[in-house]
Write a protein that binds this ligand. Structure first.
Ligand code: 6PG
Length: 243
């Protein structure tokens, strides 16, 4: 399916645009009295999105139908500064009126293998399943300078093909343990949004958007929604070489 891109002048412009989109998607789902399942990524890039959502869309969004899941988690407790759940809790969840049962976090403090299995079950129980694979309504991804996405790192592309919902992984340089959604689950989402900002990301973006064979080394280049949309939201820094 099609891969499209939108380029924004600044990371803030990108966050403002996407926060509004997301709020509208949630409100449309609420009107239909239908849950909307959104999988969130951590890292630094989406922080600004969560802040804008909390600051500008807290009251205008009907959060009762929004269900948040995690794309990946670092295996640390929620109060650790590295926790993706902890970051999103502080920037967004604590500042909006969302029922606690709508927050489906990966438990980074638990044994990763056991937690990957438990979390797969939680997803299967709550998210629509299409062709035996869960299908999130919206999935938000970032990309590392090395081309990783979620916690699927170069050299561990086997996670793109795994038939499990979640797997464990290890960050190649810090050796931090991770839990991650697998590639097939990500590609089964109805809408996939990559959020990419900053000039440091421009070399990897150039590789992925040119048909360069090197991009095969980048797990993110294999991410494309099978039946839905894949949209790359970039700022001018990240898009410098493809503008
Ligand atoms: C994480 C992620 C990861 C992230 C990229 C980009 O937990 O680190 O979910 O896949 O999206 O590494 O991270 P930055 O936004 O910090 O560059």
């Amino acid at each position: 399916m099609k891969r499209t891109k939108k380029i924004f002048r600044t990371p803030n412009d990108l966050a403002e645009y996407f926060a509004k989109e997301l709020s509208e998607k949630i409100n449309r789902a609420a009107k239909k009295i239908k849950p909307i399942n959104v999988a969130l990524s951590g890292g630094n890039t989406p922080g600004i999105l969560f802040s804008v959502l909390a600051e500008k869309h807290s009251l205008s969004t009907d959060w009762r139908y929004a269900h948040f899941f995690w794309v990946d988690e670092r295996c640390v407790p929620p109060d650790d500064p590295e926790s993706n759940y902890g970051m999103i809790r502080r920037l967004l969840i604590e500042r909006i009126d969302i029922p606690e049962q709508n927050i489906h976090r990966m438990r980074g403090e638990d044994d990763p293998v056991t937690e990957a299995e438990r979390y797969s079950g939680e997803i299967m129980q709550n998210v629509e399943v299409k062709n035996s694979i869960p299908s999130f309504d919206v999935i938000i991804l970032g990309i590392g300078d090395d081309g990783h996405t979620a916690s699927i790192f170069p050299g561990n592309e086997i996670l793109l093909e795994s038939n499990k919902v979640c797997e464990t992984a290890i960050h190649p340089s810090s050796l931090q343990k991770r839990i991650t959604l697998t590639g097939k689950v990500i590609n089964n989402s109805k809408e996939i949004f990559f959020l990419v900002t900053g000039i440091k990301k421009s070399p990897v973006i150039e590789q992925i958007f040119s048909k360069d064979s090197n991009s095969a080394m980048f797990p993110a280049s294999f991410i494309k929604s099978i039946n839905g949309k894949t949209i790359w939201l970039l700022d001018e820094g990240a898009a410098r070489s493809i503008n």
